[in-house]
Design a protein around this ligand. Structure first.
Ligand code: ADP
Length: 226
């Protein structure tokens, strides 16, 4: 489903953020991407999300070269891949409901579809009762649940989460990782970039380890070793 084929990314003039990265992620997998700060995790996700272009090599998604998708089909690609960030990226003056509805509004969705779909994703993340709270009225864990609900709104095939628990305490960290596991069990492929050792060791799922831009390990039921 996702293939990196001999991918390198050199930032000018000569900073090699990723070197010769190759791997294959199958539909329905839950893959963690670990490594110290600066190891290349964000760059790898940004290459997959087409926010950056590789210096060498090719990235495929569902058989297609991500960096050759024509502009006209980019919205379709973006709907298939949901993204979750460490800092949630919620609009402060919109409620949880409005933060998610907004994504559909800008695409011209009908009001009744918005009500149905937003309620559905809020239910998946367990936040229906807080739908009309503003981000400032929610805990960090709840804000991240809203962000995950927003990422789910187009029923993506993949969710990329870049340090989603970076701002959370251990209790909310477990809560958010549990939610990602549940979403994965419902069929969505998950790529989780983190440097949280506890999270990785408890998950017991595939781990790709980066070190200074190189892939040093790729293990099923991997442990955190950097
Ligand atoms: P991680 O997400 O694992 O912390 P990054 O992908 O952010 O790692 O960074 C990998 C390397 O690339 C680091 O050495 C970082 O300084 C460098 N880097 C990241 N973005 C840029 C950029 N826009 N320009 C130059 N160097 C960058």
């Amino acid at each position: 489903m996702i293939v990196f084929e001999k991918v390198s990314k050199i930032y000018p003039p000569d900073s090699a953020a990723l070197q010769d990265i190759s791997f294959h992620i199958t539909e329905g997998e839950f893959v963690s991407l670990v490594g110290k700060s600066g190891a290349g995790k964000s760059t790898l996700l940004e290459l997959f999300l087409r926010e950056k272009f590789p210096s060498v090599g090719t990235v495929f998604f569902q058989g297609e070269n991500v960096h050759q998708i024509p502009d006209s089909r980019l919205p379709e690609f973006r709907r298939k891949v949901g993204v979750v960030f460490q800092d949630y990226k919620l609009l402060p003056h919109k409620t949880a409901y409005e933060n998610i509805a907004y994504v559909m509004e800008v695409m011209g969705a009908r009001e009744q579809d918005i009500v149905r779909d937003v309620s559905e994703v809020l239910e998946i993340v367990g936040l229906l009762e807080r739908a009309h709270h503003y981000p400032a009225q929610l805990s960090g864990g709840e804000r991240q649940r809203v962000a995950i609900a927003r990422a789910l709104i187009h029923r993506p095939d993949v969710i990329c989460a870049d340090e989603p628990t970076g701002n959370l305490d251990p209790y909310h960290t477990r809560d958010i990782i549990g939610l990602l596991v549940k979403i994965n069990e419902l069929g969505t492929t998950i790529i989780l970039a983190t440097h949280n050792k506890e999270v990785i060791n408890r998950l017991g799922k595939r781990v790709i380890t980066l070190d200074e831009g190189r892939m040093v390990r790729d293990e099923e039921r991997g442990k955190f070793m950097i």
